[in-house]
Design a protein around this ligand. Structure first.
Ligand code: DGL
Length: 276
């Protein structure tokens, strides 16, 4: 049997980061990966930034304890709340974070009106303000927090009337104001791209940042000389602070593969692995 190598550590508040994991598995098929879903605390979006920062630090420690050589913060909200402080707290660890893809949207919009879907915490963070300041370039950005959408996706409701209703409420007013591009500023949202595209029509471009994040992860590994080459299939393990069975049952649909999932418990601000 193949021996595990130092894995990539990837985390999100829940299943959202699976949209990023999926792209990283494609880009770096030989790498081992450990994914952490903080489903005991999902959603992060309405929480204070300080709290999300505390969760992110504890999860990073947990992933480093599993031997992670690089951490992907596969969550816009956690990146907004914690990326800066994570880099300070763990100066020797390479981090890949996420920010809403305003830059490519502003560069390619023809109508000059772009919709951005993200959580309240992401819109509040300094990272979003800085992205807008650097890249919006006179383009009008229409923002919506899609209340309840993350919870729908956590339940696996990718195409139910309630999910459609949330997206209609967000997108209809934006379409009336002429958007031709939608930026997905939350890693849960790529799972509802088919629905977004149905509502917005085929001419509206939907930007999923996951492939760019996967390429950036590959670049960082190359630069540090720690990229693992094939031929081998990287091992994948998942941990959740929610229910392991529930996450496992969503994997075929959201990730396109199955893998071992273990439940962990928060004990204050520390994550414990139950015995066995
Ligand atoms: N998937 C997350 C993001 O990218 C967080 C969603 C949430 O927990 O509110 O923002």
């Amino acid at each position: 049997m193949e021996k595990p190598s130092s894995p990539l550590g990837i985390f999100d508040s829940g299943v959202g980061g699976l949209s990023v994991l999926r792209a990283i598995r494609r880009e770096l098929p030989a790498e081992d990966m450990v994914y952490f879903a903080d489903q005991g605390h999902v959603p992060y979006g309405p929480r204070p930034l300080e709290q999300v920062r505390d969760f992110s630090e504890a999860i990073t420690r947990f992933l480093l304890d599993r031997g992670a050589k690089l951490i992907v913060v596969a969550c816009n909200t956690a990146s907004a709340a914690a990326l800066h402080s994570l880099r300070q707290a763990f100066p020797n660890v390479p981090f890949v974070g996420m920010e809403p893809a305003v830059k490519p949207a502003a560069e390619t919009t023809r109508t000059g009106v772009v919709g951005v879907l993200a959580t309240p915490a992401t819109f509040q963070g300094a990272l979003y303000a800085s992205v807008v300041e650097r890249f919006a370039n006179g383009v009008t950005l229409l923002q919506d927090t899609c209340p309840g959408l993350v919870q729908q996706i956590e339940k696996g409701e990718l195409d139910t009337p309630a999910t459609r209703q949330i997206l209609e409420s967000a997108l209809r007013p934006m379409l009336e104001r002429g958007i031709d591009t939608v930026v997905l500023g939350c890693t849960h949202y790529p799972f509802v791209i088919p629905l977004i595209q149905q509502i917005a029509g085929p001419d509206v471009r939907v930007i999923d940042p996951a492939p760019a994040v996967a390429r950036q992860t590959a670049r960082l590994l190359e630069m540090s000389g720690s990229r693992r080459a094939g031929p081998r299939s990287g091992l994948l393990r998942l941990f959740t602070s929610g229910e392991a069975d529930r996450l496992q049952s969503l994997l075929p649909r959201l990730l396109g593969e199955v893998a071992d999932v273990r439940a962990v418990r928060w004990d204050g601000l520390k994550i414990n692995l139950p015995q066995g």
